[in-house]
Design a protein around this ligand. Structure first.
Ligand code: FES
Length: 165
C-alpha cells in the first residue's frame, strides 16, 4: 500500500495532465471560433451588396416642359434646363461652395445662392464668391421614347447642346 508521500507525484502528474488537456481544448475551441468568424467575414465580404452611390440619371420629362427662353428648374434632378435655337442644355443648380441650391436671379438673368450669396451669370460662371467654381453643365439625352434624361455624373462643355426637334 502506498503512503501519502508516494501518491503525491502521481497526483501532481494527473493535475498537470488535466491542465494541459483543458488548455488544449480551450485553445482548439478558440481557434475554431476564430476560423468560423474568419470564414463568415469572408462570405460577408464576398456577398456584400455593391453600391455606386445614388443614381446619376434622372428623367426630365417631355420636351414640351422646356420652351425656349428662361431656364426651367427641375427639382427632382437639381438642374436648370436651358433651351435655345441650337438645342437644350442642363445646368447644375448645386452651388459649388457648400452645395445649396441656387435660384434664378431676376435682376441679372443669372443665378444666386441663398446660403452665402454667391452669384453666377447666365452661363453659370461665378461672378461673386465665395463659390470657388462655376456651375457645371451636365449631359442631356433623349431616350427611345423621346423623353429627356439628364446624366448628373457627366459634365459637358457649355457649348454642348442636345439637338431637339
Ligand atoms: S453654399 Fe452657395 S454660397 Fe455657400
Amino acid at each position: 500500500m502506498a503512503t501519502e508521500s508516494e501518491k503525491q507525484p502521481e497526483m501532481a502528474g494527473e493535475v498537470g495532465a488535466d491542465r494541459r488537456d483543458f488548455l488544449w481544448k480551450v485553445g482548439c475551441a478558440a481557434l475554431s471560433i476564430a476560423g468560423v468568424e474568419a470564414a463568415a467575414s469572408t462570405l460577408r465580404f464576398a456577398k456584400a451588396p455593391v453600391s455606386y452611390g445614388p443614381a446619376q440619371r434622372r428623367s426630365l420629362g417631355d420636351l414640351t416642359r422646356f420652351p425656349p427662353g428662361a431656364p426651367v428648374y427641375v427639382e427632382d434632378a437639381g438642374v436648370f434646363v436651358l433651351r435655345d435655337a441650337k438645342g437644350l442644355r442642363a445646368l447644375s443648380a448645386t452651388c459649388t461652395h457648400l452645395g445649396c441650391t441656387v435660384r434664378t436671379d431676376r435682376e441679372t438673368g443669372g443665378f444666386v445662392c441663398p446660403c452665402h450669396g454667391s452669384r453666377y451669370d447666365k452661363e453659370g460662371k461665378v461672378v461673386a464668391g465665395p463659390a470657388p467654381a462655376s456651375l457645371p453643365f451636365v449631359r442631356v439625352d433623349q431616350d427611345r421614347r423621346g423623353r429627356l434624361v439628364v446624366d448628373l455624373g457627366t459634365p459637358v462643355d457649355a457649348d454642348f447642346r442636345t439637338k431637339v426637334g
